[in-house]
Design a protein around this ligand. Structure first.
Ligand code: COA
Length: 334
């Protein structure tokens, strides 16, 4: 009997309406549209004006259910990848579950920053492969504007708000699904990318607020160097160990942190730029949402099609990083 695999059968997304452009940022910090575009590839990003990560996650999940033609009571499990939960507890997954009325689902949050979607995808896939569940939803949602310091020009230009969701179901034949994964972490990266305030190490005080410890901190140059190597390494490795080459890959779906990191990964894999999903210009870095947002946009546009082979790749705080190889089995967009 073939191994029961998990496969993505539906996608959905939500982006807030408000646009924060590079020109807008020029009026807030000492930067230029030209600097941001040439160093990062970002032109604009979205900002959620009202509500929280669970609201965006619920909207994305509802969009996904509509695309699949099922109702929320068919969901067994909701995993939410986020670094901007609505609150420490209850989990954002519980709040999403309530907002979409998924009355038969349990759920939990998973924290792996920009690799959160890949970590959550592979966690969800285990429940499908073991036969424990039939329908697992993986949501990536981040309201990065809530933890971004808009006086810090090094970082405020990079991030935006968005959410996207995928549905995992079993596929019992050899037609595709999730074929392989490589996931890694290295806690030595903490000093270069973190938000130290508010947790049990530095509970909130006037001092933590004064020291701006409730905002994301990143040493961009240090992170850039390891991200380029890390994302390219695992993407090249997963292709090689499955006896494939860049020519066999229809889409590289990279985490959208910096266009130069994406270009370096594609080059290392021998993949042409036309086969790389890129929307960083419109959304910036939306952390856990970047990869499923690409999948959903490309599917809606009819460019992501049944039978195509994909490599998903991410790098983020932790450090965390990884790649996933899959063959797309969802029906094409109508
Ligand atoms: N506008 C204008 N100048 C800026 C600026 C801005 N928004 N932000 C920083 N600068 C300045 C710095 O002050 C510095 O000036 P100095 O050299 O006089 O000190 C200079 O630009 C830094 O330039 P450089 O080091 O060449 O930038 P960079 O090429 O490393 O790009 C990042 C900076 C942040 C865009 C890049 O490092 C990056 O993308 N890092 C990794 C992001 C990432 O992958 N994160 C992973 C997961 S989230």
């Amino acid at each position: 009997m073939p191994k029961r695999r998990a496969t993505i059968t539906a996608v959905g997304h939500y982006v807030p309406e408000k646009i924060l452009s590079n020109r807008d940022l020029e009026t807030m910090v000492n930067t230029t549209d030209e600097w941001i575009r040439t160093r990062t590839g970002i032109e604009e990003r979205r900002i959620l004006e009202q509500g929280a990560s669970s609201d965006m996650g619920a909207m994305a999940l509802k969009n996904m259910l509509q695309n699949r033609g099922i109702t929320a009571d068919a969901i067994d499990l909701i995993i939410v990848a986020t670094v901007t939960p609505d609150m420490f507890f209850p989990s954002t997954a519980c709040l999403v579950q309530e907002k979409v009325h998924a009355k038969n689902a349990w759920g939990f949050d998973l924290s792996a920053a920009c690799s959160g979607f890949l970590f959550a995808l592979m966690t969800g896939a285990q429940f499908i492969e073991t036969g424990a569940h039939k329908r697992v939803v993986v949501v990536g949602t981040d309201k990065m504007s809530a933890i971004t310091d808009y006086t810090d020009r090094n970082n405020c230009i990079l991030f935006g708000d968005a959410a996207a969701a995928v549905l995992l179901e079993p596929v019992e034949d050899d037609s595709g699904g999730i074929l392989d994964h490589i996931l890694r972490c290295d806690g030595a990266g903490e000093r270069y990318l973190h938000m130290r305030g508010g947790g049990s190490l530095h509970p909130p005080t006037h001092e933590t607020v004064d020291k701006r410890m409730h905002y994301l901190y990143q040493d961009g140059k240090a992170v850039f160097k390891v991200a380029v190597v890390g994302m390219a390494d695992v993407s090249a490795e997963i292709v090689q160990r499955n006896s494939l080459t860049g020519k066999d890959i229809d889409w590289l779906v990279p985490h959208q942190a910096n266009l130069r990191i994406i270009d370096a990964t594609a080059e290392r894999m021998g993949i042409e730029k036309s086969k790389v999903m890129i929307n960083i210009n419109r959304y910036g870095n939306t952390t856990a949402a970047t990869i499923p947002l690409c999948l959903s946009e490309w599917w809606h546009a009819g460019k992501l099609r049944k039978g195509q082979t994909l490599v998903l790749a991410a790098f983020g705080a932790g450090y965390t990083w990884g790649s996933v190889l899959l063959r797309w089995t969802a029906e094409n967009a109508a």
